[in-house]
Design a protein around this ligand. Sequence first.
Ligand code: B3K
Ligand code: ZN
Length: 876
Amino acid sequence: GQVFKLEDYRPSDYLIPETHLEFRLSPQATVVTAILIVERREDISTSAPLVLDGDGLTLKRIEVDGKMVRPADLLASPDQLTLLKPPAAPRFQLLIETELAPAGNEALMGLYRSNNVYCTQCEAEGFRRITYFLDRPDILSVYTVRIEARRDEAPLLLSNGNPVECGDLAEGWHYAKWHDPFPKPSYLFALVAGNLGQVADNFVTMSGRKVELGIYVELGKEALAGYAMDALKRSMQWDEEAFGREYDLDVFNIVAVSDFNMGAMENKGLNIFNDKYVLADQETATDADFANIEAIIAHEYFHNWTGNRITCRDWFQLCLKEGLTVFRDHEFSADQRSRAVKRIAEVRTLRAHQFPEDQGPLAHPVRPRRYREINNFYTATVYEKGSEVVRMIRTILGPEVFRAGMDLYFERHDGEAATIEDFIKVFEDASGRDLSQFALWYHQAGTPNLTVSSTHNPAAQEFTLEIEQSVPPTPSESRKRLMHIPLAFGLIGAGGKPVAYSDVEGASVEDGVIHVRKRRHVVRFSGVAERPAVSLNRGFSAPVTLSVEQKAADQYFLARHDTDAFSRWQAFNTLLTDSLIAAFRQILGGKQPDFAPRLTDLAGSIASDETLEPAYRALALALPGDADIARDIGKNIDPDAIHAARQALARAIGMANGDAFSGLYDSLADESAFSPDAASAGRRALRNILLDYLSLLPGGAALAAGHFHSATNMTDRAAALAVLAHRHHGSPEAGEALVAFEQTYASDPLVMDKWFQIQASVPGPQAVDTVRALTAHAGFSMGNPNRVRSLIGTFSSANQTGFHRADGEGYRFFARTVLEVEKRNPQVAARLATALRSWRSLEPGRQAKAREVLVSIANAENLSADLRDIVERTLA
Ligand code: B3K
Ligand code: ZN
């Protein structure tokens, strides 16, 4: 396939200042008439052909300035339309008529039908499946859209911008016209038509304008959209307060659809959502679902400024909108909930998804320089690491200067398609600092490592930190340059008090941050009488790995006393990881693993520490997952031994703290009315993780069954079901609960996803058979991305022992399934296939089997560009 390169960017010869679209909707034969006002840029020769993008299009009619085009002046294929002799005038009108079959569109890109609702997905390159266009983000156009449909089929007709007019047509048809005054790239175009229920509200902006808000859901599900609406209003308010950003249209609409390739899409004024991220009530959604809904509603809304008003010049700049918008939604959630808890959860996610990407064959810079298939670059690196890079800018500049830089960004680039260079420049201008070394975070792939050791010289009253940075090689980048790494730290003395120092040399140190810029720094703190414990990378100030030479006693001390909540969590988590890795080695050596009583005791004291938020305690007690442990071990992975080590530690913690956990579990029972707020969710999270430990003790299955049957909300019910299915696999209690759950929720696909997920993640060699059998379940469908992700995605990315079954059957089943999904939906298949990206860190037997199936996928006939790109890079 073609390789697109950043250095090949050049502006288009032609612009499209105005786009007029008319849709006459029908499932098999929708007619799209596009009238484009085309302008040749001043310095371009009149003989320059106009080359428009298409993707599988059927051209019905083409006219230039109202006249037919001579066949000799035209090159037309499903994937491209070239006007060989455009008019000599600098501005002309192009009419293009295409015909589409939305009902047969299973790739869910372009115009398609989901549950009898017409909807669109255009990012990144879906608009070219609707009409021929300059389908690139630097072509900004003002859209006017007229939609015609049969009123009985689609009483609701929506597009971007503000509604202009609507009315009846002959034979039961009707129409609506929309106008979006803000020039936008084609990837932000959207249309929705169907019979949906509406939830209406409004928001008055900071300058007093009233915005009509609508959330559209499947008829009868209106009551499930209340939380999303509340989250939307809080997002609008927050963006005004935190960034001074006001909404700009008269209406803001959100539509929930059930077939969607990802979470949601920020189309101007008309966000389209996977219904999983809209619909919620206590009976059907977990606390995690509520938190996701809040975050994604906010994320898409925030894109109105970071993405839509200021968009990307080209797809290499994707992180310009995504990294920044993730940073904004993280900050929003931190303000709405608990900052410390949010930060820990973010870092867990980053480590689980971005670190393995950065450390494997699919590694790429936050701003990539080349791609074959752009849809494969909506990655954890672009999104999550992209957000961390923005956070580091704020750490380096401080919140006020950061805000001044953001203000400058909005002022300078509003209405433009910008680049990462533009973004960095506003912060350089606002601060007067040189960020060129820092900018390597955008350009260089790989997770930097810092090796740190410390010495204390009591006689000289000097404390020394030796810090050395290294960036491992990544595909096509063998040599790395030195990075600017802002390392937040604390020196902590007896009782947890900060240790003062009189002077520091060896690195620039400001506001508790060491600026690591060289390969090696020897940082000397003078006037330090007692030996402090060092707390490093506080708040996870930089997305790096640390190799710290630290006494276990210091680690225990930090886990009890660090005043930085993140680092305190980190200290305990490191202790857990270290002992899990030691246990893994014991198991491989044929020994019974053992765990230090002071570790299991510490788990107990954290659980019952009333000075800590319940949500924090719950996160601390959640052991590193099988995949986390595998990542930290790094090579020669045997997932069964890792899982055995994790089971053993869970049991040891449960046994050591049985009575205390049990008392705490009882005291956390909540009889009050359900509320999805963070504090209530935190209490549920703590009680549910205690249940997980208690379930390993005698009577555990009965306890979990009781929890399941008495649950009054989905959080508790799903947690208990997972405990039964995972910890008591094959027990009558687990069997009964699975059946009861299925019977209750058979007609609710989003809840059934949880049922699929829980079973797909049951550890052990039987998992592949379970999952294979579930693909035949009436509630499962290979055509629906949510179902596929719940069952196949969970199995391959969240079930280490099942997927990596020693005989390779997990891989073989997976490969067949990926190819089956690919026939309908290449994008979803390509995403699934990334589950094999860490194959080289497996032990040799599994590695060979994983390689075999990757090769078998690569050799399959008619492989899509999406899947080919992933498997070839994975094998390279
Ligand atoms: N911008 C969309 C993602 C589009 C993915 C295209 N393959 C959602 C988001 O990040 O907000
Ligand atoms: Zn986004």
